[in-house]
Design a binder for this molecule. Structure first.
Ligand SMILES: *[C@@H]1O[C@H](CO)[C@@H](O)[C@H](O)[C@H]1NC(C)=O
Ligand SMILES: *[C@@H]1O[C@H](CO)[C@@H](O)[C@H](O)[C@H]1NC(C)=O
Length: 370
């Protein structure tokens, strides 16, 4: 069956019927730029995406080993997820979805779900071994754009990979809670790198790794988030990549519950770079199992060494209004800085209860205590 029969295009249907499949069917730029297209087939959507100003993805079943590829969309394209989006099973790297372009709006109908059915891949090993698991959603070069109202379930491994400028993400829910008892691992919510002006508001993330992790980037704002089950709100690990600068990041008005950490900055041992102008404010913690607040400069091969270095500076950090509780075998605050590399921190209204105080803090900046 030719792919255009999967494409129901208001304003294009007539020209399709008359002229398909010759190229002349896309020669009318005006019609093309004002077309609303409904797709029920992933490859039809990928092939015809340039012909549509609105792309409705209706109950798409993405075939195994394929990407729902909405890259290089025309400026201003609107993408709407409708019904349930599903993916066939294959061991591969993915991603399962990628969208790029400028001034793109990605939304979903109220009851729409993007369902990764991750349990088919979950084996407790995440990206450390076992089955090769597909990444979920690449928002790379999705600039001056907005993603809002998506409801995502059970991703195989990491959910959003963000490398964009001026991207706003509003009211997105990532519910990987089925992975808690079924081997979900490394199911990060939002991984951000090499990006500027990223705003994420109203996110709900239930997962088994970082709620947010920022490896590099500037002018990033996270507010009104609800994170549970994972590793908390994190900058890092920073170091050892092409871009090792994190600047002007705010995490505010959020809760982190039943997670390994509340808020965290980690930098790589013996690397160079900088982390500056960071604010964590008005964050409520509960059920934290490892550290309420942890800032450490000793990561090597993804694990702490206990031996901090000072090649990455962490400066102008505001920690204000971090309250709530940690588990009784957790540490409330742990700071391990290199010699002279942590400077100009402002620390106020840190009120955590329930855990122990660390004896292992080093090189604390003025005004900060463990
Ligand atoms: C991001 O927004 C700023 C301010 O509106 C603008 O100057 C810049 O060109 C935008 N960047 C991209 C990649 O669109
Ligand atoms: C810091 O980032 C926020 C948005 O994320 C932006 O509004 C603000 O202008 C930035 N501040 C500076 C000094 O660039």
């Amino acid at each position: 069956m030719p792919s255009y029969t999967h494409l129901l295009c208001a304003g294009l249907a007539a020209s399709l019927a008359a002229a398909a499949p010759t190229p002349s069917r896309v020669s009318d730029a005006v019609k093309r730029s004002s077309s609303s297209c409904t797709f029920t087939d992933a490859s039809a959507a990928s092939e015809s995406k340039a012909d549509c100003s609105t792309i409705i993805l209706s109950n798409i079943e993405v075939p195994a080993g394929e990407t729902l590829d909405l890259t290089d969309l025309n400026d201003g394209t609107e993408v709407i997820f409708s019904g349930t989006t599903t993916f066939g099973y294959e061991e591969w790297d993915g991603p399962l979805i990628k969208i790029s372009g400028s001034s793109i709006t990605v939304t979903a109908e109220d009851d729409a779900v993007i369902d990764g059915d991750g349990s088919r891949w979950w084996d407790g090993e995440g990206t450390n071994g076992g089955k090769t698991k597909p990444k979920f959603f690449y928002a790379h070069s999705l600039d001056d754009s907005t993603i809002s109202g998506l409801s995502i379930k059970n991703t195989p491994v990491q959910t959003f990979s963000i490398e964009s400028d001026n991207l706003t993400i509003e009211d997105v829910t990532i519910d990987n809670s089925d992975g808690d008892d079924n081997g979900g691992h490394n199911t990060d919510g939002f991984d951000i790198g090499e990006s500027t002006y990223i705003t994420i508001t109203g996110a709900v993330v239930m997962n088994q790794d970082d709620c947010v992790a920022i490896n590099s980037g500037e002018n990033i704002y996270f507010s009104g988030g609800t994170c549970s089950g994972g590793h908390g709100l994190s900058i890092g690990s920073v170091g050892g990549r092409d871009d090792n600068t994190v600047k002007n990041v705010t995490f505010t008005s959020s809760t982190v519950s039943d997670s390994e950490n509340g808020i965290r900055i980690k930098t790589v041992y013996d690397a160079t770079g900088s982390v500056s102008d960071i604010t964590f404010s008005d964050i409520t913690l509960s059920g934290i199992t490892d550290y309420g607040i942890v800032i450490e400069q000793d990561y090597e091969n993804g694990s702490p060494t206990g031996d901090p270095t000072n090649g990455i500076t962490i400066s102008d950090v505001t920690v204000d209004g971090i309250t709530g509780s940690v588990e009784d075998d957790a540490v409330e605050v742990y700071i391990l800085c290199g010699d002279g590399s942590c400077t100009d921190w402002t620390w106020s209204d840190v009120d955590l209860t329930g855990g122990s105080t660390s004896d292992d803090c080093e090189n604390l900046p003025d005004g900060v205590s463990c």
